[in-house]
Design a protein around this ligand. Structure first.
Ligand code: GMT
Length: 377
């Protein structure tokens, strides 16, 4: 099949997932065309089945806001026609689903073809941004106009039905992880630099937005630090990072924390971590948690959104209510004080991640595409 993938090219979960999906489809022999405004961060391989089309957004002094959606729709039309695409798969509703609707209408009018559009909902496109009444009518309309709609968890599907008047079936296709890539042996030299005295290593990775409650990570770590010799790795960057650094200084733990910024080789960092902390206010799924589990790190998270669809409390990790820093610290201290329990839960986390292995999820997407592909119609 010839598949067009539209996503955000940044470190965010939706872009990561879309890029990994495209890479896996290319490995299966499909021709994959990425249409984005920048090379996606995880698109770091050479594969003759992968094509990249940059969306250029020409500026003009009149534009306070360059019309990205128009440029995106026009690029979609160009790629659909010139590369004879079989379907478009857009990730994150805003503005990708509405741009795809526009492209679909133009292609229909230009050459009579009905290009199928599949929209995958990822999280904040529904729960935060999409709900805003500035966007809601367009989001509802363009989701309903998609030929197929998927959501990354049951929770996100339910949230979508709850917040928008959706007339179609939303299929749940879970996020996935390439377990073989994440199941890595820790690099000893790296571990020695981070934890020279064999301290336990806690980790957090995100875009440091408000929804991630990153200051809770610092508070949890400060409590753990009092009981267990430990270090904290903070991976990623975003608006709340400086607040974290200030809080860490205030709590006297800044020397034990490394802020690593945005990282591409996340699997090498996860490999040295014992516990992954994700105290988010909401996660539709929590791809970062799944990647941690595949790397045998035990996830201590909130029970928000779809997190309980991957993390099993007391078995593969621990969960507490949003903002319950005390319970999350308690779980971490208990776990890190008991080596047998820690090893047992690391293994359980890994076994749970295997259920979401890329090999199990790619065929589900292929079957979905097959339902809409010209060859089968
Ligand atoms: O987590 C973020 O803020 C980034 C966001 C995105 O769309 O890039 O992630 C969302 O999509 C991921 C992939 O499907 C999910 O695993 C994340 O849970 C989800 N984030 C939220 O719902 C906050």
């Amino acid at each position: 099949m010839r598949i067009g993938i539209v996503c955000y090219p940044t470190f965010g979960g939706s872009g990561v997932l879309a890029t990994e999906l495209g890479k896996a489809l290319a490995d299966e022999g499909h021709q994959v065309h990425f249409i984005t405004y920048q090379q996606p961060v995880r698109l770091n391989v050479f594969n003759t089945n992968i094509f990249y089309h940059e969306v250029r957004v020409p500026t003009y002094p009149l534009f306070d806001y360059p019309p990205y959606e128009v440029a995106l729709a026009s690029t979609m039309v160009d790629v659909i026609i010139n590369h004879d695409l079989d379907l478009l798969h857009v990730h994150y509703a805003i503005p990708h689903a509405s741009a795809a609707y526009m492209a679909k209408q133009i292609v229909k009018q230009k050459n009579g073809r009905n290009i199928p559009v599949i929209t995958t909902l990822h999280g904040t496109d529904i729960t935060l941004v999409g709900k805003d009444k500035t966007y809601e009518p367009v989001v509802t309309f363009s989701i309903n106009q998609s030929d197929a709609i998927t959501a990354v968890s049951n929770n996100l599907r339910d949230e979508t039905y709850h917040s928008f008047a959706i007339e179609k079936e939303i299929e749940v296709i879970y996020n996935f992880v390439d377990v073989a890539r994440f199941n890595k042996k820790p690099i000893d030299a790296f571990k020695k630099v981070i934890a020279p005295n064999n301290e336990k290593i806690l980790m957090h990775a995100s875009n440091f937005r408000k929804v991630k409650r990153v200051t809770d990570v610092i508070e949890i770590f400060a409590a753990v630090q009092k009981e267990i010799p430990s270090k904290l790795l903070m991976v990623g960057d975003g608006p709340e990072r400086h607040i974290c650094e200030e809080l860490a200084r205030e709590l006297g733990v800044v020397e034990e924390i490394r802020f690593l910024g945005k990282q591409e080789q996340i699997e090498d960092i996860l490999a040295v971590s014992d516990v992954f902390i994700l105290p988010s206010e909401y996660e539709s799924f929590g791809l970062a948690a799944l990647e941690a589990m595949a790397a045998r790190s035990v996830v201590i998270s909130t029970n928000a959104g779809g997190l309980n669809e991957i993390n099993i409390h007391g078995e593969t990790g621990f969960m507490a209510d949003i903002g319950d820093v005390q319970s999350m610290s308690g779980f971490a201290i208990e776990l890190l004080s008991n080596e047998t329990q820690l090893e047992k839960m690391k293994e359980a986390a890994y076994q749970q991640a295997l259920l979401f292995d890329i090999k199990n999820i790619i065929p589900i997407y292929e079957a979905l595409y097959g339902r809409f592909c010209r060859m089968n119609n």
